[in-house]
Design a protein around this ligand. Structure first.
Ligand code: DAH
Length: 346
């Protein structure tokens, strides 16, 4: 083939190729174009493979021209590829836009533990009645938990509280909130006081559906100059009415606690059966909710009050006992079992 013919053919090949490339709009056609125009059997590549057949003196010129054509086509191909990529990206960005107006997934909300819900309810009622909330330590000394509450080491009443002792002599986990009485009295004496002492208590006990090794208590304490057993009864009855309803009946039974004299326990009419008798109240019609009494003179003295001048009343109630009664929970151990299926019901 004559040199000039070949050069002209290369030129028109390049023109046709570029014109074809111009029209391409998708990737599949681009691949076909590359095979046809830059592949082994494309015209420009054929020129290379047949270079040996051309006259020797023409070869450099033809080779150089073919090289330039190939380079320009490759550049054009690279530009086109980039152009198509960008275009398809733009298309995706407009078509596949995230619809941010869709509502997101709701995170699961936590809630207050039923024991805390109940605790807050009871404390709200008590503070409405003028009781101040007073907190005292969960780790106590034998002195505060027992001695100062008129329970000396030799006294058989100690058997009422199975105790977790620590390896520190005389240090224990409080078995009731009553030691808070001493802390409160020693904080406020000789001022009159009216406090509610909430918090966790611990007992080294056989665990059952009605008792756990840990539980909350709320202690009530009022100390002043003219406080009588009538104040105790009236206040606790008012509390029962605020908690369980205006018309609920209450009754007091004589009892014994070393730190009160006289001592009593208060029952409320069973709110499930209205006093008729059912499985919750064991057919008695009554539910025991607290222990109470007039503060023992020795305890008043230990707290810094002169028992000749001051009197007081105290009470201790188990809020979880009230919760299981209100919600008909059959096992008190659910409270600290960490089973979300139980906790979610409240
Ligand atoms: N501390 C007693 C207990 O855990 C409950 C109690 C009874 C508290 C009578 C009192 C009270 O303040 O007067 O068994």
């Amino acid at each position: 083939m004559a040199e000039n013919d070949l050069l002209r053919q290369l030129e028109s090949f390049e023109r046709d190729s570029l014109a074809a490339l111009e029209k391409i709009t998708d990737e599949a056609d681009l691949t076909k174009w590359r095979v046809a125009n830059l592949g082994k059997s494309s015209f420009v590549m054929q020129v290379f493979s047949k270079l040996g057949e051309a006259p020797k003196e023409d070869r450099p010129k033809i080779g150089q021209a073919a090289n330039q054509v190939r380079e320009r086509l490759e550049t054009a191909l690279a530009e086109k590829t980039e152009f198509l990529n960008r275009k398809s990206l733009e298309q995706k960005l407009t078509q596949e836009r995230l619809d941010i107006s869709l509502p997101g997934r709701q995170p699961r909300k936590g809630r207050l533990h039923p024991a805390n819900q109940n605790m807050r309810e009871i404390l709200a009622v008590l503070s409405g009645m003028g009781f101040e909330i007073f907190r005292s330590p969960e780790i106590e000394t034998d002195e505060y938990n027992f001695e100062l509450l008129n329970i000396p080491a030799y006294h058989p009443a100690r058997d009422m509280w199975d105790t977790f002792y620590t390896t520190d002599p005389g240090v224990l986990l409080r078995t009731h909130t009553s030691p808070g009485q001493i802390h409160a009295m020693r904080t406020f004496a000789p001022e009159p006081i009216r406090v509610a002492l909430p918090g966790m208590c611990f007992r080294y006990e056989q665990v059952s559906a009605r008792s756990e090794v840990q539980f909350n208590q709320i202690e009530l304490l009022a100390v002043g100059k003219h406080i009588t057993f009538g104040d105790l009864k009236g206040t606790l009855q008012d509390f029962a009415h605020r908690m369980f309803g205006e018309n609920v009946r209450t009754r007091f039974r004589p009892s014994y606690f070393p730190f009160t004299e006289p001592s009593a326990e208060m029952d409320v009419e069973c709110f499930l059966c209205g006093g008729k008798g059912c499985s919750m109240c064991k057919n008695s019609g009554w539910l025991e909710i607290l222990g109470c009494g007039m503060v023992h003179p020795t305890v008043l003295k230990n707290g810094g009050y002169d028992p000749e001048i001051y009197t007081g009343y105290a009470a201790g109630l188990g809020p979880e006992r009230i919760t299981i009664l209100r919600h008909n929970v059959e096992d008190i151990r659910y409270f600290w079992g960490n089973d979300i299926r139980f906790l979610e019901q409240f």
